[in-house]
Design a protein around this ligand. Structure first.
Ligand SMILES: [Zn+2]
Length: 80
């Protein structure tokens, strides 16, 4: 069981959350200038480290707010 720390509700079971993917992925500044390959990379390619990764989570069965945390993908340790 993974306890995820919601900034507003405190530690809750992971079943109350939805994963939102990698945090910090910026929308392209000039999207019309991107090639198909660059679009594909923006839409589908994400970091996949064995270690710390900044992630977006939604507390969908609680306060319904979005927030970011850093989770170690190897150990599930969450760094606030
Ligand atoms: Zn919450």
């Amino acid at each position: 069981m993974l306890l995820i720390p919601c900034p507003w509700c405190g530690d809750r079971d992971e079943t109350e959350f939805h994963y939102g993917g990698q945090a910090g992925v910026s929308y392209p500044a000039r999207p019309a200038d991107l090639s198909d390959e660059d679009w594909g990379e923006y839409l589908f390619v994400r970091d996949n480290p064995k270690g710390p990764l900044a992630e977006r989570w939604s507390h969908s069965a609680g306060c319904r707010r979005w927030f970011s945390i850093t989770r170690n993908t190897a150990t599930n340790e969450i760094v606030r």
